[in-house]
Ligand binder design. Sequence first.
Ligand SMILES: NC(=O)c1ccc[n+]([C@@H]2O[C@H](COP(=O)([O-])OP(=O)(O)OC[C@H]3O[C@@H](n4cnc5c(N)ncnc54)[C@H](O)[C@@H]3O)[C@@H](O)[C@H]2O)c1
Length: 259
Amino acid sequence: MDPLLNFSNKVILISGASSGLGKALAQALAQRGAKLVLGDINEAGLEMTAAKLREQGCEVITRRSDVAKEADSKALVEAATGQWGRLDMAVNNAGVPQSFIPLEEIDEAVIDQQFNVNVKGVLYALKHQIPMMRKQGEGAILNVSSMAGLCGSPKLAAYSAAKHGVIGLTKTAAVENARYNIRVNAICPFFTLTPMVLDMELAKDKSIEDVTAFLAQGSPMKRLGKPEEVVNVMLMMLSPLNTYMTGQAIALDGGVSAL
Ligand SMILES: NC(=O)c1ccc[n+]([C@@H]2O[C@H](COP(=O)([O-])OP(=O)(O)OC[C@H]3O[C@@H](n4cnc5c(N)ncnc54)[C@H](O)[C@@H]3O)[C@@H](O)[C@H]2O)c1
Protein backbone atom coordinates (compact mmCIF):
# COMPACT_ATOMS: atom_id res chain seq x y z
CA MET A 1 0.00 0.00 0.00
CA ASP A 2 1.22 3.52 -0.76
CA PRO A 3 2.65 4.77 2.56
CA LEU A 4 0.83 8.07 2.05
CA LEU A 5 -2.48 6.31 2.60
CA ASN A 6 -1.39 3.37 4.73
CA PHE A 7 -3.27 3.37 8.03
CA SER A 8 -2.34 -0.21 8.98
CA ASN A 9 -2.82 -0.84 12.70
CA LYS A 10 -3.51 2.81 13.43
CA VAL A 11 -6.11 3.14 16.18
CA ILE A 12 -8.56 5.76 14.94
CA LEU A 13 -11.62 7.19 16.72
CA ILE A 14 -14.51 8.64 14.70
CA SER A 15 -17.55 10.36 16.21
CA GLY A 16 -20.82 10.49 14.29
CA ALA A 17 -19.88 7.29 12.47
CA SER A 18 -23.33 5.86 11.83
CA SER A 19 -24.11 8.07 8.83
CA GLY A 20 -22.76 10.32 6.11
CA LEU A 21 -19.13 11.42 6.21
CA GLY A 22 -18.25 9.53 9.42
CA LYS A 23 -19.54 6.25 8.03
CA ALA A 24 -17.84 6.75 4.65
CA LEU A 25 -14.55 7.65 6.34
CA ALA A 26 -14.76 4.55 8.56
CA GLN A 27 -15.09 2.41 5.43
CA ALA A 28 -12.15 4.13 3.72
CA LEU A 29 -9.92 3.75 6.79
CA ALA A 30 -10.94 0.11 7.30
CA GLN A 31 -9.87 -0.64 3.71
CA ARG A 32 -6.49 0.85 4.58
CA GLY A 33 -5.86 -1.26 7.66
CA ALA A 34 -7.07 0.91 10.55
CA LYS A 35 -8.51 -0.32 13.85
CA LEU A 36 -11.60 1.73 14.58
CA VAL A 37 -13.41 3.10 17.60
CA LEU A 38 -16.77 4.42 16.46
CA GLY A 39 -19.22 6.56 18.42
CA ASP A 40 -22.67 7.94 17.67
CA ILE A 41 -26.00 8.59 19.39
CA ASN A 42 -27.65 6.39 16.77
CA GLU A 43 -26.81 2.93 18.12
CA ALA A 44 -28.66 0.95 15.45
CA GLY A 45 -26.90 2.84 12.66
CA LEU A 46 -23.58 2.40 14.39
CA GLU A 47 -24.03 -1.37 14.62
CA MET A 48 -24.94 -1.56 10.92
CA THR A 49 -21.78 0.38 10.02
CA ALA A 50 -19.67 -1.83 12.29
CA ALA A 51 -21.16 -5.09 11.02
CA LYS A 52 -20.13 -4.25 7.43
CA LEU A 53 -16.63 -3.31 8.53
CA ARG A 54 -16.21 -6.54 10.52
CA GLU A 55 -17.28 -8.56 7.45
CA GLN A 56 -14.34 -6.92 5.67
CA GLY A 57 -11.98 -8.02 8.46
CA CYS A 58 -11.68 -4.68 10.24
CA GLU A 59 -11.25 -4.67 14.03
CA VAL A 60 -13.87 -2.25 15.31
CA ILE A 61 -15.45 -1.33 18.61
CA THR A 62 -18.54 0.82 19.00
CA ARG A 63 -19.97 2.91 21.80
CA ARG A 64 -23.21 4.85 22.10
CA SER A 65 -21.67 8.25 22.64
CA ASP A 66 -23.20 11.73 22.79
CA VAL A 67 -20.44 14.24 22.03
CA ALA A 68 -22.31 16.91 24.00
CA LYS A 69 -21.64 14.92 27.17
CA GLU A 70 -18.09 15.14 28.47
CA ALA A 71 -18.30 11.73 30.15
CA ASP A 72 -19.18 10.12 26.82
CA SER A 73 -16.19 11.71 25.08
CA LYS A 74 -13.91 10.48 27.86
CA ALA A 75 -15.41 6.98 27.64
CA LEU A 76 -14.83 6.83 23.89
CA VAL A 77 -11.13 7.55 24.35
CA GLU A 78 -11.00 4.98 27.16
CA ALA A 79 -12.61 2.43 24.84
CA ALA A 80 -9.68 2.88 22.44
CA THR A 81 -6.99 2.77 25.11
CA GLY A 82 -8.69 -0.11 26.96
CA GLN A 83 -8.75 -2.24 23.82
CA TRP A 84 -5.50 -1.28 22.11
CA GLY A 85 -3.55 0.82 24.63
CA ARG A 86 -3.32 3.84 22.35
CA LEU A 87 -5.13 6.38 20.22
CA ASP A 88 -3.28 7.38 17.07
CA MET A 89 -5.89 9.57 15.40
CA ALA A 90 -9.28 11.07 16.12
CA VAL A 91 -11.88 12.54 13.79
CA ASN A 92 -14.35 14.79 15.59
CA ASN A 93 -17.04 14.58 12.97
CA ALA A 94 -20.41 14.36 14.79
CA GLY A 95 -22.53 17.40 14.14
CA VAL A 96 -26.06 18.67 13.85
CA PRO A 97 -27.53 20.94 11.18
CA GLN A 98 -29.61 24.06 11.65
CA SER A 99 -32.81 24.84 9.75
CA PHE A 100 -32.55 27.83 7.42
CA ILE A 101 -33.92 30.77 9.39
CA PRO A 102 -33.05 34.50 9.60
CA LEU A 103 -30.78 35.37 12.53
CA GLU A 104 -33.42 37.50 14.29
CA GLU A 105 -35.83 34.53 14.41
CA ILE A 106 -33.49 31.91 15.91
CA ASP A 107 -34.65 30.61 19.25
CA GLU A 108 -32.57 29.65 22.27
CA ALA A 109 -33.04 25.90 21.85
CA VAL A 110 -31.42 25.97 18.39
CA ILE A 111 -28.51 28.07 19.66
CA ASP A 112 -28.02 25.75 22.65
CA GLN A 113 -28.05 22.64 20.46
CA GLN A 114 -25.53 24.13 18.04
CA PHE A 115 -23.14 25.08 20.81
CA ASN A 116 -23.66 21.94 22.89
CA VAL A 117 -23.06 19.49 20.04
CA ASN A 118 -20.98 21.35 17.46
CA VAL A 119 -18.72 23.37 19.78
CA LYS A 120 -18.66 21.70 23.21
CA GLY A 121 -18.66 18.33 21.47
CA VAL A 122 -15.34 19.14 19.82
CA LEU A 123 -13.92 20.79 22.95
CA TYR A 124 -14.68 17.77 25.19
CA ALA A 125 -13.26 15.44 22.57
CA LEU A 126 -9.99 17.40 22.31
CA LYS A 127 -9.77 17.63 26.10
CA HIS A 128 -9.74 13.84 26.44
CA GLN A 129 -7.92 12.86 23.24
CA ILE A 130 -4.90 15.13 23.65
CA PRO A 131 -3.58 13.78 26.99
CA MET A 132 -3.38 10.26 25.54
CA MET A 133 -1.59 11.51 22.45
CA ARG A 134 0.82 13.50 24.61
CA LYS A 135 1.67 10.33 26.54
CA GLN A 136 2.38 8.54 23.26
CA GLY A 137 4.39 11.47 21.92
CA GLU A 138 2.33 11.64 18.71
CA GLY A 139 -1.14 11.94 17.30
CA ALA A 140 -3.34 13.53 14.65
CA ILE A 141 -6.78 15.05 15.08
CA LEU A 142 -9.16 16.16 12.35
CA ASN A 143 -12.15 18.30 13.31
CA VAL A 144 -15.04 18.64 10.91
CA SER A 145 -15.98 22.28 10.53
CA SER A 146 -17.72 23.63 7.42
CA MET A 147 -17.56 26.39 4.84
CA ALA A 148 -20.04 27.97 7.26
CA GLY A 149 -17.09 28.11 9.67
CA LEU A 150 -15.07 30.22 7.24
CA CYS A 151 -17.73 32.46 5.70
CA GLY A 152 -20.92 34.26 6.63
CA SER A 153 -23.79 31.88 5.99
CA PRO A 154 -27.16 33.51 5.41
CA LYS A 155 -29.95 31.95 7.52
CA LEU A 156 -27.47 29.65 9.30
CA ALA A 157 -26.21 32.04 11.99
CA ALA A 158 -25.98 29.59 14.91
CA TYR A 159 -24.46 26.82 12.78
CA SER A 160 -21.99 29.29 11.28
CA ALA A 161 -20.99 30.61 14.71
CA ALA A 162 -20.56 27.06 16.01
CA LYS A 163 -18.45 25.97 13.03
CA HIS A 164 -16.30 29.15 13.37
CA GLY A 165 -15.86 27.97 16.98
CA VAL A 166 -14.56 24.62 15.76
CA ILE A 167 -11.83 26.44 13.82
CA GLY A 168 -10.89 28.46 16.91
CA LEU A 169 -10.58 25.24 18.91
CA THR A 170 -8.57 23.63 16.10
CA LYS A 171 -6.03 26.46 15.90
CA THR A 172 -5.69 26.72 19.68
CA ALA A 173 -5.23 22.97 20.17
CA ALA A 174 -2.73 22.93 17.28
CA VAL A 175 -0.60 25.70 18.75
CA GLU A 176 -0.72 24.25 22.27
CA ASN A 177 0.27 20.79 21.08
CA ALA A 178 2.59 21.28 18.10
CA ARG A 179 5.68 20.74 20.31
CA TYR A 180 4.23 17.38 21.42
CA ASN A 181 4.04 16.10 17.84
CA ILE A 182 0.25 16.28 17.78
CA ARG A 183 -1.30 17.77 14.65
CA VAL A 184 -4.79 19.30 14.78
CA ASN A 185 -6.55 20.41 11.60
CA ALA A 186 -10.09 21.10 10.41
CA ILE A 187 -11.83 20.33 7.15
CA CYS A 188 -14.44 22.77 5.90
CA PRO A 189 -16.74 21.20 3.30
CA PHE A 190 -19.35 23.03 1.26
CA PHE A 191 -22.78 21.33 1.03
CA THR A 192 -22.22 17.61 0.52
CA LEU A 193 -24.80 14.99 -0.39
CA THR A 194 -25.16 13.21 2.95
CA PRO A 195 -28.34 12.60 4.99
CA MET A 196 -27.67 15.95 6.74
CA VAL A 197 -28.43 17.74 3.48
CA LEU A 198 -30.89 15.28 1.99
CA ASP A 199 -33.07 15.37 5.14
CA MET A 200 -33.14 19.17 5.36
CA GLU A 201 -36.49 20.91 5.55
CA LEU A 202 -36.02 22.44 2.10
CA ALA A 203 -35.18 19.00 0.67
CA LYS A 204 -38.49 17.49 1.71
CA ASP A 205 -40.61 16.48 -1.29
CA LYS A 206 -37.88 17.53 -3.74
CA SER A 207 -35.71 15.40 -5.98
CA ILE A 208 -31.99 15.14 -5.31
CA GLU A 209 -31.46 17.03 -8.57
CA ASP A 210 -33.64 19.95 -7.40
CA VAL A 211 -31.91 20.14 -4.00
CA THR A 212 -28.50 19.98 -5.62
CA ALA A 213 -29.36 22.62 -8.20
CA PHE A 214 -30.77 24.98 -5.54
CA LEU A 215 -27.83 24.70 -3.14
CA ALA A 216 -25.23 24.67 -5.93
CA GLN A 217 -26.37 27.96 -7.49
CA GLY A 218 -23.55 29.99 -5.92
CA SER A 219 -20.81 27.42 -6.47
CA PRO A 220 -18.33 27.79 -9.38
CA MET A 221 -18.56 24.04 -10.04
CA LYS A 222 -22.37 24.30 -9.96
CA ARG A 223 -22.64 21.12 -7.96
CA LEU A 224 -22.44 19.90 -4.37
CA GLY A 225 -19.65 17.77 -2.95
CA LYS A 226 -19.85 14.00 -2.94
CA PRO A 227 -19.13 12.21 0.36
CA GLU A 228 -16.22 10.33 -1.23
CA GLU A 229 -14.64 13.63 -2.32
CA VAL A 230 -14.66 14.85 1.28
CA VAL A 231 -13.37 11.50 2.55
CA ASN A 232 -10.45 11.59 0.09
CA VAL A 233 -9.29 14.91 1.52
CA MET A 234 -9.84 13.66 5.09
CA LEU A 235 -7.49 10.77 4.29
CA MET A 236 -4.87 13.15 2.91
CA MET A 237 -5.12 15.37 6.00
CA LEU A 238 -4.83 12.38 8.35
CA SER A 239 -2.07 10.72 6.32
CA PRO A 240 0.82 9.42 8.46
CA LEU A 241 3.14 11.21 6.02
CA ASN A 242 1.33 14.56 6.31
CA THR A 243 3.59 15.50 9.21
CA TYR A 244 4.04 19.29 8.92
CA MET A 245 0.43 20.50 8.51
CA THR A 246 -1.20 21.71 11.69
CA GLY A 247 -3.70 24.39 12.73
CA GLN A 248 -5.22 24.57 9.24
CA ALA A 249 -8.86 24.95 8.23
CA ILE A 250 -9.02 23.53 4.72
CA ALA A 251 -11.89 24.51 2.45
CA LEU A 252 -13.34 21.81 0.23
CA ASP A 253 -15.87 23.75 -1.72
CA GLY A 254 -15.77 23.46 -5.51
CA GLY A 255 -14.29 26.95 -5.63
CA VAL A 256 -16.82 28.83 -3.45
CA SER A 257 -14.14 30.48 -1.30
CA ALA A 258 -12.24 31.61 -4.40
CA LEU A 259 -15.15 33.84 -5.52
N1 LIG B 1 -23.18 17.37 4.62
C1 LIG B 1 -22.77 18.61 4.51
O1 LIG B 1 -23.20 19.37 3.63
C2 LIG B 1 -21.74 19.15 5.46
C3 LIG B 1 -21.04 20.31 5.08
C4 LIG B 1 -20.10 20.84 5.95
C5 LIG B 1 -19.86 20.23 7.15
N2 LIG B 1 -20.57 19.10 7.50
C6 LIG B 1 -20.29 18.51 8.79
O2 LIG B 1 -19.89 17.18 8.58
C7 LIG B 1 -20.14 16.42 9.77
C8 LIG B 1 -20.82 15.12 9.39
O3 LIG B 1 -22.08 15.44 8.84
P1 LIG B 1 -22.81 14.54 7.72
O4 LIG B 1 -23.01 15.43 6.55
O5 LIG B 1 -22.12 13.26 7.56
O6 LIG B 1 -24.24 14.39 8.41
P2 LIG B 1 -25.05 13.09 8.92
O7 LIG B 1 -26.28 13.67 9.52
O8 LIG B 1 -25.15 12.12 7.82
O9 LIG B 1 -24.11 12.49 10.06
C9 LIG B 1 -23.97 13.11 11.31
C10 LIG B 1 -23.81 12.02 12.34
O10 LIG B 1 -23.59 12.64 13.62
C11 LIG B 1 -24.38 11.94 14.57
N3 LIG B 1 -24.67 12.82 15.71
C12 LIG B 1 -25.51 13.86 15.78
N4 LIG B 1 -25.50 14.39 17.01
C13 LIG B 1 -24.63 13.65 17.74
C14 LIG B 1 -24.19 13.70 19.08
N5 LIG B 1 -24.67 14.63 19.94
N6 LIG B 1 -23.27 12.80 19.49
C15 LIG B 1 -22.79 11.84 18.64
N7 LIG B 1 -23.20 11.73 17.36
C16 LIG B 1 -24.10 12.64 16.92
C17 LIG B 1 -25.65 11.55 13.82
O11 LIG B 1 -26.35 10.51 14.48
C18 LIG B 1 -25.06 11.14 12.48
O12 LIG B 1 -24.69 9.79 12.48
C19 LIG B 1 -20.96 17.33 10.68
O13 LIG B 1 -20.12 17.92 11.66
C20 LIG B 1 -21.46 18.41 9.73
O14 LIG B 1 -21.74 19.62 10.38
C21 LIG B 1 -21.49 18.54 6.68
